[in-house]
Structures are given as C-alpha cells and as structure tokens.
Design a protein around this ligand. Structure first.
Ligand SMILES: Nc1ncnc2c1ncn2[C@@H]1O[C@H](COP(=O)(O)OP(=O)(O)O)[C@@H](O)[C@H]1O
Ligand SMILES: Nc1ccn([C@@H]2O[C@H](COP(=O)(O)OP(=O)(O)O)[C@@H](O)[C@H]2O)c(=O)n1
Length: 211
C-alpha cells in the first residue's frame, strides 16, 4: 500500500505521515529532506540557488546526509524551495523517491508532489493544510525552542513566500491531487489530526477493496 501525504510547510504533514507509517507498519520517507540535502550541499559549496547547474551539482549525496540535523533549519528550507523549482534537480531526485514508494509492501511518503507526480497510483492520498497563521505559529514555536529570535510576523512572511514559490512553480507545483482527501489541521490537535488521517486512509482502502 502506498500512502501519499502532501501539503504546505508546517501543515503537520510530517507528523501525520510518521503516525500513518507507524500505524500501518510501513517505511516512511520525508521527501522534503532530499531537497533540503541539495540546499545544504549547495550552501556548503557557496553555489547560487537560482543557478540550475549549481543546484544540479549539489544533487548527489548519500542517504546518511538525510539524518544531518542542519537540514532542518529555516534557511535550508528556504533555499530548498528555490532549488526544487529547477527541472534538472527534480529529475535527479525522482527515481530515488519512486523506488522508495514502489518497494515491496508499500510506503508512506510526504512532500509536495507525491500524489501528483511521484506516486499518482497511491492507494490513499491526503492533502494536509492549515491556515498560514496557524502554520506560522507552529513553526515559530519550533524555532523558539531551537533558540531562534525571529518574530512571528517574519516567520509568517517566510511561510507565505514559500507557499507562493511552491504552488507557483512550473514543474510539479504543490497542488491537491484530484483524488486526494483534504485534511485541514488548523483546529485539530495532533491526536485528532492523526485519527482523522487514519479514518480517511481506512475509508480509501475499504473503497479500493470493494471496487
Ligand atoms: N494538529 C496539530 N496541532 C498542533 N501542532 C501541530 C499539529 N500538527 C503538527 N504540529 C506541530 O507543528 C510543527 C510542524 O509540524 P510538521 O509535521 O513538522 O509539519 P510539516 O511536515 O508539514 O512541515 C511541529 O512542531 C508539530 O509538532
Ligand atoms: N516533494 C517535495 C518535497 C519538498 N519540496 C521542496 O522542498 C522544500 C522543503 O520541504 P519540507 O517538506 O522539508 O519543508 P517543511 O514543510 O518541513 O517546511 C519545500 O518548500 C519545497 O520547495 C518539493 O518541492 N517537493
């Protein structure tokens, strides 16, 4: 079984994808980490994120880089959203994600284009959203815990800029797959959001088995 979880920054898609993976005993891939790894390599090489060749040169890395805590930083996320708009970068990362999705037994993947590009054949697709204000509050709280002094307003501005870039790019833009279930977590606790996600996936699987 393949489960695709897409959505914007800090919507809760990673939290939900991890919980689904645990519930259904499936391996999980946070595909945002791949783009963050490219951003990290590019920044280490002092490359220009707008330059497609610089970004392409940053695309080869081993899986263990994905465990690097530095990938989680806000600046890395911002640069990731710039390099991810280059077609050659997306092409360089696509097979890795498809192989993960199609492994025996299935998988859960979260990102921006899982249900639309990476695994359009997924058995269940969720598009996880929350208002920009809610997402900014969540990201701000995470950043404060990590010692950041950035204001909530500036985190909100970053979130809006990232949404615009991710939804507005020409290749594999962030969008809801026509057969995805929408899950708005703005007014749901983590537990409630996870329970709702499991119910939506169960309903999809049930429908598939019945058809
Ligand atoms: N429903 C929720 N209610 C409150 N906080 C949440 C909820 N879902 C996620 N969070 C918190 O918001 C932050 C971002 O969640 P995360 O799952 O990492 O988002 P994403 O993967 O979409 O960027 C984390 O600190 C997480 O614990
Ligand atoms: N499948 C994906 C996953 C991430 N990305 C890009 O990578 C950036 C970082 O993704 P992420 O999922 O780690 O970001 P957060 O939602 O955790 O903030 C996004 O802003 C996207 O530009 C993408 O283009 N396609």
């Amino acid at each position: 079984m393949i489960i695709a979880v897409d959505g914007p920054a800090a919507s809760g898609k990673g939290t939900i994808a991890r919980a689904l993976a645990k519930h259904y005993r499936l391996p999980h891939l946070d595909t945002g980490l791949l783009y963050r790894a490219v951003a990290h390599n590019l920044m280490s090489a002092h490359g220009d994120p707008e330059n497609e060749q610089d970004a392409l040169a940053a695309c080869s890395f081993e899986d263990r880089l994905l465990d690097e805590p530095a990938l989680k930083g806000e600046e890395t996320g911002r640069i990731a959203s710039i390099v991810s708009a280059h077609p050659l970068v997306r092409a360089a990362l696509i097979q890795r994600q498809r192989n993960f999705a199609r492994q025996a037994g299935g998988a859960v993947l979260d990102g921006r284009d899982i249900g639309t590009v990476i695994a359009p054949e997924a058995d269940a697709k969720l598009f996880v959203t929350a208002t920009p204000q809610t997402r900014a509050r969540r990201r701000h709280a995470e950043m404060q815990k990590a010692g950041s002094l950035k204001s909530l307003d500036s985190v909100l501005a970053d979130i809006r800029a990232r949404d615009r870039r991710d939804a507005g790019r020409e290749i594999a833009p962030m969008q809801t797959a026509p057969d995805a279930d929408l899950l708005d977590t703005s007014y749901l606790s983590i537990d409630a959001a996870v329970q709702r996600a499991i119910a939506l996936v169960d309903a999809r699987i049930g429908r598939r088995l019945a058809s």
